[in-house]
Design a protein around this ligand. Structure first.
Ligand code: FES
Ligand code: FE
Length: 436
């Protein structure tokens, strides 16, 4: 089936879509060309490249890049491929260096991407304009400690790309992204599923929680009984850029302890730094998860069980879904902790993160990944390619009246719904229908 035929099968409001979007190589090629070369893509947390010379290697779509902090303190993103004959320039995943020397013929680039050294330049080349062979750089901007880059020189500024969704990222980090750090390098693992399945799930999908995650919930893993059961407190949020979130919001008087799962001193720090209306939401929520279009997901919640401890412990995870092929995705899981929290608490928080959402073995992770893999698995067939999936939950009901939700963007207190999925695919479809 051709790409125009696949795209033509979407319902106008994305309440149904062809299953082959999770399996078709032509769809992934179009995503790489039309989404991953144009959108602002998350790459790293600022704390991973804290001092001059620090670098990590990552991917933008399937393109290899280096994220590096120069001597001038600026963070830059550049292709991790030698401009001579294309070999991988830096094979390490992280380190500190002022220069990268190519393993093939030893061309040497500084950590801003400029070609500085070419062995035997004069006898081998005569004249050689080194500046014509600098590494290609992507535009780079940082928001709340989150490093994003885009290949599109004409892209809107990052602030416009995030739009109203920046408010929810502010809430996630208690108003100060620089107060957080990544606890160790991110976990990396590969799943046999299409990359979008994780993103659409993180962006909402309260519906799956009591069913897919029944065992850990019944085992008492959440700090409150209400989380995951739907009910009146769950809410979904989305913005026109395709950014989506789900918030377990318990207004004052609900009996849910305010801001549980963080140490008291941490709560005071959030209160001092976050805007009051942001803080009011954060301290009355027991889960906030979402997805920044296209592939940066996040979750902050409270887990009761953290090994030997039963005290509710909060954690914050970032999750990057990087396509390898239509049916394979590399996942990066970043555990973030407040820099000033006590070390013993940080350790509990990281355990709460990786035991629930870590490298394919986390208690929630394995429930989710099993379903993402199974959707991709059943999508591989002649009849599957002609089958449409149902994303209509909530679409035929009257839209709930606007309420007193203080956050921006579109939002409904309708936890078990697919508003956010439709918002995600509406943006996805807009990109894919644009010319390559
Ligand atoms: Fe890098 Fe030749 S490929 S120096
Ligand atoms: Fe889940």
């Amino acid at each position: 089936m051709s790409l125009p035929e696949v795209l033509g099968r979407f319902a106008p409001d994305c309440s149904s879509l062809p299953q082959t979007v999770f399996n078709d190589p032509e769809v992934l090629d179009a995503e790489l060309a039309r989404i991953f070369t144009r959108s602002w893509l998350f790459l790293a947390h600022e704390s991973e490249v804290a001092v001059s010379g620090d670098y990590v290697t990552r991917r933008m779509g399937r393109d290899q890049v280096i994220v590096s902090r120069g001597e001038d303190g600026q963070i830059r993103v550049m292709r991790n491929a030698c401009t001579h004959r294309g070999t991988l320039l830096c094979k390490a995943t992280l380190g500190n260096t002022s220069h990268f020397m190519c393993p093939y013929h030893a061309w040497t680039f500084d950590n801003t991407g400029r070609l500085r050294g070419v062995p035997e330049a004069r006898p081998a080349y005569g004249t050689f304009d080194k500046s014509s062979r600098d590494l290609r750089r992507a535009r780079t901007e940082v928001y709340q400690g989150l490093v994003f880059a885009t290949w599109d020189d004409d892209a809107e500024p990052l602030a416009d790309f995030l739009g109203d969704f920046a408010w929810y990222l502010d809430a996630l980090v208690g108003g100060d992204g620089a107060a957080w750090e990544v606890a160790g390098p991110p976990q990396r693992y590969t799943i046999k599923a299409n990359w979008k399945l994780s993103c659409e799930n993180f962006g909402g999908d309260g519906y799956h929680v009591p069913y897919a995650h029944r065992a850990p919930i019944e085992g008492g893993l959440f700090g409150t009984e209400d989380t995951g059961t739907g009910g009146p407190s769950g809410r979904v949020v989305w913005t026109p850029q395709g950014h989506t979130a789900r918030v377990g919001y318990h207004p004052a008087g609900s009996g849910i302890p305010a801001y549980h799962g963080y140490p008291d001193e941490q709560r005071a720090e959030f209160a001092a730094k976050a805007k009051p209306e942001v803080f009011a939401v954060l301290e009355n929520s027991d889960v906030l998860h979402g997805n920044v279009f296209p592939n940066l997901s996040f979750i902050q919640t409270v887990i009761t069980y953290t090994g030997d401890e039963v005290e509710p412990t909060a954690f914050l995870a970032l999750r990057l879904a990087l396509p390898i092929s239509p049916t394979e995705t590399e996942m990066l899981n970043f555990a973030l902790v407040p820099r000033n929290a006590p070390d013993a608490w940080k350790q509990k928080s990281v355990l709460a993160c990786v035991r629930t959402h870590g490298a394919a073995a986390g208690l929630f992770e394995s429930d989710d990944v099993d379903n993402f893999t199974a959707v991709t698995f059943t999508g591989d067939g002649a009849i599957a390619a002609r089958t449409d999936l149902d994303y209509s939950m909530g679409a035929r009901l009257p839209r709930p009246e606007p309420d007193d939700w203080p956050g921006p963007g579109e939002s409904v207190p309708h936890d078990h719904s697919e508003y956010t999925h439709r918002a995600y695919y509406t943006t996805w479809l807009r990109h894919l229908r644009e010319d390559a």
